[in-house]
Design a protein around this ligand. Sequence first.
Ligand code: HEM
Ligand SMILES: *[C@@H]1O[C@H](CO)[C@@H](O)[C@H](O)[C@H]1NC(C)=O
Ligand SMILES: *[C@@H]1O[C@H](CO)[C@@H](O)[C@H](O)[C@H]1NC(C)=O
Ligand SMILES: *[C@@H]1O[C@H](CO)[C@@H](O)[C@H](O)[C@H]1NC(C)=O
Ligand SMILES: *[C@@H]1O[C@H](CO)[C@@H](O)[C@H](O)[C@H]1NC(C)=O
Ligand SMILES: *[C@@H]1O[C@H](CO)[C@@H](O)[C@H](O)[C@H]1NC(C)=O
Ligand SMILES: *[C@@H]1O[C@H](CO)[C@@H](O)[C@H](O)[C@H]1NC(C)=O
Ligand SMILES: *[C@@H]1O[C@H](CO)[C@@H](O)[C@H](O)[C@H]1NC(C)=O
Length: 674
Amino acid sequence: MDYSRTIDETNPLMKKRNKQCLKWNQKLFKWPLIVIWFIVLLLCAVCVLYIFTQNNIESESSNVLKNKHSLHILSHATTNDDFLKKCAPIVKCDQNAKYRSINGSCNNLKTPTWGAATTPFLRLLNANFSDGYYDIRVQTNGSALPYPRVLDVNIFLNREIYKVDENNVLLMPFGQLLAHDISGLPNDLIIDENGNAIDCCLTENKIKNYTQCQIALENLPDDPVYSVHNKTCSPIFRSLTSRNYSCPLYPTEFINDNSHFIDASEVYGSNESYALHLRAMEGGRLKFSIGDNGQMFCPFLANQDKASSGNKKTHIKYDTGDPTNGNQNFGITAMQTLFLRFHNYIAFKLSSLNPFWSDEIIYQESRRIVIATIQRISYEDFLPIIIGEDFQEIYGLNEANIYDPTVNPSTSIEFSSAGSRILHAIIPVEFNFMNKDYKIENSIKITDWMVKADLIPLGDNFNKLLKGFIETPGRMLQPSYNFYISNYMLTLPNNPQYKGRDLLAVDIARGRDVGLQPYNQVRHFCGYPLAKDFEDLADLIHIKDVIKLKKNYYSVNDIDLMVGILLEKHSGGAIVGPTARCLIADGFYRYKAGDRFFYDVKGQPGSFTDDQLKLIKYITLGHVICATTNVDNVQEDIFKTVDHNLFPTIKMKCDEEFNLNFKAWEEVNYRTEL
Ligand code: HEM
Ligand SMILES: *[C@@H]1O[C@H](CO)[C@@H](O)[C@H](O)[C@H]1NC(C)=O
Ligand SMILES: *[C@@H]1O[C@H](CO)[C@@H](O)[C@H](O)[C@H]1NC(C)=O
Ligand SMILES: *[C@@H]1O[C@H](CO)[C@@H](O)[C@H](O)[C@H]1NC(C)=O
Ligand SMILES: *[C@@H]1O[C@H](CO)[C@@H](O)[C@H](O)[C@H]1NC(C)=O
Ligand SMILES: *[C@@H]1O[C@H](CO)[C@@H](O)[C@H](O)[C@H]1NC(C)=O
Ligand SMILES: *[C@@H]1O[C@H](CO)[C@@H](O)[C@H](O)[C@H]1NC(C)=O
Ligand SMILES: *[C@@H]1O[C@H](CO)[C@@H](O)[C@H](O)[C@H]1NC(C)=O
């Protein structure tokens, strides 16, 4: 990719314009003398003025471009084309297709598999494995890296800041929904004869030295939490590699099971057969279940928890476009529910406008609007909070219609296995269920309710949960995850809490598993000086933390990327530091400039009309909540907490001001024919 090309493009444009001026001048010789002189003078003035203003504009815009250029990063990895050369399927594309494919293929017409599900993550930097192939990186003195859990205990745990954030809790589940839209890295599970994943920590399994178990998390005997229970190990698996998708690559590459684009794949699925499975095949709708309260939810799956199968009313799982994560915690399940309802809401509206539309057309048009809505919320409301409004602007992320077929839309492994996960730090301890009078009726620990979202369809819970999201201040981004998610994550039902895991330790281990370069390399790649010594890190990291790093790692070149970015001081206007900001901005630039179906792209078969675009730009997450829940008031700035007593006017009343009119989708010609 070469972003400098954009600058060059302006030069031929200037030349063409100057030529036009000359042509007019030549014609003038045929005119009477005085008129000629008069017009020549006038033209000269116009030309001079024109060139003058053009120059001004050009120098201004090239400033912006230069700025943008210096912020943008180009992948330095040499392995990104290996999959294309050796394994990519040959895909035939219909250039005139109006709707994006389910798996993301054919978005880029020149490289049809770019961004498609089951293609590798992009690498920004070449992999770092100790054997150059697959083995976990070691420290530069040859010893193993510090245990991830030990790093969490020594550097991050027990430094929580309990300060109220200006952002509300909603930012978190929306962020998680988005994270799983663009990224899905499956585990390389070892399944036993009963169909369950084995426990890598059992002695009988440990002695077998399974490669899949190489990143199982070791805890020290003096661990502040686990030692009490003699828990010395937490089981996690290495990730599936391209080899598991019949594509051996050297060094090891990792496959994104979801489509890389922001395309609501978590709502619609990432392959054709699964997408069909999720559809009702009637009225363009997605399949759904109705709760005892008469409300719509994602389809209930049969109760899979043997222990509680006596109670038929308990539904442990829901069918969503993302079977891996849709049920992971009841926050993400709530978001899945929200967008399933929104799809069916739009499908209903569109079919009333165009009763003659087929199931297929209603489904595709509704899907297109849902995707556009998620994209709009991501870039207008979510991203500015994360990387800062000003940075987003100068990076060129706010410009409309910037599709560029040379931009690879793939999710980078640096972004999905580190950069994006920094937002794990805003996961709050609990979710509040809030009633219409702003009273918290119930607070529930997320870690007590993982992989079981039974609460959601009970009574008025869904509405109360959404109200809790928008009315409860979020957890401030800080260099530590909350205590529960740092110790007790994913405790299985009926297991004691301490059987859970440490999400931060998992994230550090995952970075090693997929061969991320250490922090120093990535920060340098993002335009900051390569640190020669620990002390050089003090430009971006507080000196107190630099000292901690020095105590835990052998060399400044050994620090894990996840550890480094969590410790970086926040950049102005952003909630993350400069290296995370760089990785996140790069990702979102790819999802916009690299997406031919991005909602504001013009002149493509799938482009919205101007009238349709007007509505899309108007739809906020607040509208989605209003359309799909009985929450009565939402703030215009949907991710900010607004005191309803102090600022009642900043809230809009759902039933009054909320009005989504899909008239721009009405097919008038068709109707008059009938
Ligand atoms: C209650 C909230 C959340 C929980 C419990 C949670 C937990 C997890 C877990 C267990 C993993 C897999 C770790 C591994 O084995 O490597 C994961 C992956 C990930 N999480 Fe979260 N997470 C939450 C929220 C978020 C948020 C808010 C974001 C960012 C906006 C996020 C971004 C990611 C990303 C990008 C991945 C990698 C996904 C993949 O490639 O498969 N998560 N998370
Ligand atoms: C995506 O879907 C297309 C069409 O269904 C198929 O040909 C292709 O193999 C799939 N996978 C990729 C990576 O393109
Ligand atoms: C597993 O690794 C240990 C230590 O390297 C070794 O002693 C043992 O023999 C290995 N076990 C098997 C089954 O290969
Ligand atoms: C932990 O192990 C020690 C020594 O092996 C033992 O004395 C203690 O009872 C164990 N504690 C628990 C909670 O199992
Ligand atoms: C994935 O590939 C590895 C190496 O080829 C193999 O050992 C492992 O069993 C595979 N995993 C699955 C789930 O097939
Ligand atoms: C399609 O996606 C579903 C859900 O992620 C998965 O279980 C299934 O194996 C996929 N099918 C194919 C053919 O890839
Ligand atoms: C490498 O450094 C670590 C700590 O920084 C130390 O514990 C380890 O013993 C060293 N290894 C060698 C071979 O010197
Ligand atoms: C991996 O990182 C270490 C530490 O920065 C470096 O010494 C080594 O050369 C890197 N290896 C590769 C293959 O990039």
